[in-house]
Design a protein around this ligand. Structure first.
Ligand code: GH3
Ligand code: MG
Ligand code: MG
Length: 470
């Protein structure tokens, strides 16, 4: 399959070829040299294949120079198809092709390869404060510095918006880190002077790679570099971070936490999960016709089958849990139907067939605890991106986290702490308003202030009171 670039070049070639062909036609036919037309057509057809137009020599001088110009045009079109218009670096497509070539070479010869994804920090602010044209100038400035400071064998390109990609052949992750770190330093100390302004930016980078000992694939490398980049941003930006493979099956692989704390947290989560499963099963235990043993057997068998077809452990876990709980919906079916010795009426049967849906509702309620994970993870993010752990901003922060952040802060303000006294409700609302847009979602601060004009009554909510009306 030809690439898009090749298709474009082919197409351009055809169009330019047709123009030159038409020119040649009028030129040549005008002189009654029909055989040349036939030969020219032949050559042009070949040229649109893989023939090198540079070797094209034609006895007619005018034609020859027309073809020479055509050759140059084609070379220019090809270069254009591979280059980014704004920065003149290689474009995304060309970078991906280079990466694929290098991955192939790495795997053939077992040589190391590293890739860095580089992203300008808070670039949106540059556009916001100085305008889009200045943003473009900064992009060109950064691109020029990157090009001038990579090693000869390295390939740098514009991956998209304000992101760049650096492919480093014959380089392991440590070497890649050193190169990316060098670029980070260069950019941090090279402000752009523009119309009397000095605009400086920083960049963050994620580096992934392999030593050549195991076979690599481009997509995985990019994904790993992207995770590393995300972590670099989370460390406060202006930072270069290598990809670390996750060392356990924890759902949140992007959060960097102390391994001991993480395994304790995982144990606690597992215990909560087991306890809720036991509770659910317990609720079924006294129902007529409920055989707990049957579910255990089904779960054991299903788990073995899931493993045998090669599913990952996470999926195996889910299938085992679902098997244990698959008849949960029977909770909502009257005993009289469950234990009826005679055949069921059609109405009773309609009730029975409801049970998988009821099971789904029960589990969705229980599953709220899992959905809470993302909200918990991000409840200290700031609306302007200065929070932790990931430095998400605005709408990137889950809505739930933005809500919890306000409620959490409000509670802290109106409570006594060992190091400070409590604030009044009015002062707390004023404080929320003061930090709207930086720490808090401004729209939510307004909702909060409207909802509680005088104060908040202390009351108790059950953890499971979520998802009403689900
Ligand atoms: P972060 O540190 O998290 O990367 O923050 P950021 O502001 O750099 O990231 P975000 O992805 O939110 O914004 C990227 C901005 O880059 C948004 C977009 O307008 C700008 N941008 C992308 N391409 C161009 C371009 O060609 N020219 C200009 N001037 N701006 C661009
Ligand atoms: Mg970006
Ligand atoms: Mg950025």
């Amino acid at each position: 399959m030809p690439s898009t670039g090749e298709l474009l070049v082919g197409l351009a070639l055809l169009i330019v070829g047709a123009i030159v062909g038409a020119l040649a036609f009028s030129l040549v036919v005008g002189r009654h040299r029909a055989r040349r037309v036939a030969r020219l057509a032949d050559r042009l057809a070949k040229a649109t294949g893989s023939e090198d137009l540079g070797t094209f020599r034609y006895p007619d001088r005018e034609l020859s120079s027309a073809l020479g110009r055509l050759t140059e045009r084609i070379a220019a079109v090809e270069a254009m198809a591979r280059s980014d218009l704004l920065t003149h670096l290689l474009n995304r497509q060309a970078c991906l092709e280079t990466l694929a070539d290098e991955v192939g070479r790495t795997n053939r010869y077992q040589r190391p390869l590293a890739v860095a994804l580089i992203d300008i920090d808070h670039f949106k602010r540059v556009n916001d404060s100085h305008g889009h044209a200045a943003g473009d100038a900064v992009l060109r400035h950064v691109a020029e510095l990157l090009r001038a400071n990579v090693r000869t064998a390295d390939v740098i390109g514009r991956y998209g918006g304000e992101e760049f990609i650096l492919v480093m052949p014959e380089t392991d992750v440590d070497g890649g880190l050193a190169s990316a770190e060098n670029l980070r330093r260069v950019i941090a100390r090279s402000a752009l002077q523009l119309d009397g302004l000095s605009i400086s930016v920083t960049l963050s980078a994620g580096v992934a790679g392999g030593s050549g000992a195991t076979s690599l694939d481009g997509e995985t490398l990019l994904r790993q570099a992207d995770i590393a980049l995300y972590n670099a941003k989370a460390q406060g930006r202006d930072h270069v971070e290598p990809y670390y493979p996750p060392n356990d099956a924890a759902a949140v692989v992007r959060a960097t936490i102390d391994p001991a704390a993480r395994s304790q947290a995982a144990l606690l989560g597992q215990a909560a999960f087991d306890a809720s499963n036991r509770q659910l099963l317990q609720a079924l235990a006294d129902r007529p016709g409920w055989g707990g043993g049957a579910s255990q057997l089904i779960a054991a068998v299903a788990q073995d089958v899931a493993r045998a077809v090669g599913l990952p452990e996470g999926d195996v876990d889910r299938i085992r849990t679902a098997s244990l709980l698959h008849d949960l919906g029977k909770l909502a079916i009257p005993d009289t139907i469950l234990s009826k010795p005679a055949p069921l009426t059609s109405d009773e049967w309609r009730t029975i067939v409801e049970h998988p849906k009821i099971g789904q509702v029960v589990l969705e309620q229980a599953g709220a605890i899992r959905d809470a994970a993302a909200i918990v993870l991000h409840h200290h993010e700031w609306f302007d991106g200065r929070g932790y752990p990931h430095g998400l901003a605005g709408g990137e922060i889950p809505l739930g986290s933005r809500i919890v952040a306000i409620a959490d802060a409000y509670e802290a303000m109106i409570s006594d702490r060992p190091y400070k006294g409590r604030m009044s409700h009015a002062d707390a609302i004023a404080e929320l308003h003061r930090n709207a847009g930086s720490q808090f979602d401004p729209a939510l601060v307004l909702v909060f202030a409207d909802l509680f004009p005088r104060g908040v009554e202390p009351r108790v909510v059950a953890a499971s009171a979520t998802r009403r009306g689900a």
